[in-house]
Design a protein around this ligand. Sequence first.
Ligand code: UDP
Ligand code: MN
Length: 305
Amino acid sequence: TGDDLEGKLSRFHALMMFTKVDKSLNLQQKFKVVMRSMAKHGRFLEDEMLVLHYVSDAGSQELGEKMLPELLMDATFRYEVVFHNVKALTEKLFPIVEAMQKHFSAGSGAYYSDAIFFLSVAMHRIMPAELKRIVQLDLDLKFRSNVRDLFQEFNHFPSKAVIGIAREMQPVYRHTFWQYRKENPKSHVGDPPPDGLPGFNSGVMLLNLEAMRRSTLYNQLLEPGRIAQLAEKYHFRGHLGDQDFFTMIGMEHRELFYPLSCGWNRQLCTWWREHGYGDVFQLYYHCDGPVHIYHGNCNTPIPDD
Ligand code: UDP
Ligand code: MN
């Protein structure tokens, strides 16, 4: 029977931020591209199911519910859709991330509504304990490979790693760490690959929630005092939310992060090439190997293939 199968299904969880989508044709277009490409390339086994989580407001949820059946029409796999209310999640999140917001948010205050940009950072405390792994994805992506292959990357995590994430592909953190680099000319902080530490991009993230819950180190790094201490050491002031936090703690504790290959988050934005970093830009932007996921960040068009 159907009930019989339910219990035996193995579930793969993916989450996307999905707010103000009803107000933006631009976001709706991105939503179509990411979901259609995921459906087109997605392959799962008979007893597997992809669970799609969306963090939404009421208007976006209504639109998502209406659009998804058609966008996933060609999917050959089982899937289930879960909407999470952005207000309810923000309420749980705010007390955990309030203290880090001033270091990694635009503006000076810790605005309540900005807390959601730090969801990934505290996802292990927000989601139920049965949820052991989740992949967080941006909307401005296009799949060229099977999303199931992305989940297989969890199996390559070294024992201390809690998050899988690809490097940032622009010299943005070379800029952010300018003062630290000047004071520490031998450090690799903000340097390009393969030997440098260019920071992370949060468009595709593998969150091993179980490992995040278990890691004493990771949970210590969420404490306001530790964050303030590191922000001072690195003279860090950012506005990119979770990816700034992960970048900063990654400079100090590389072992917490499993580096995804650049092909799993092939960012396309070239803004920093035209803003003072043209000379070194290619060192960061360069990505060899197959592209599994294009990321059209800063509204960059994604090639047709
Ligand atoms: N997002 C959203 N509503 C918005 C803006 C952003 O739900 O009004 C989500 C969406 O999932 C998006 C993610 O936040 O992919 C990050 O924003 P974006 O991809 O535009 O940032 P970028 O990758 O260009 O830095
Ligand atoms: Mn993006």
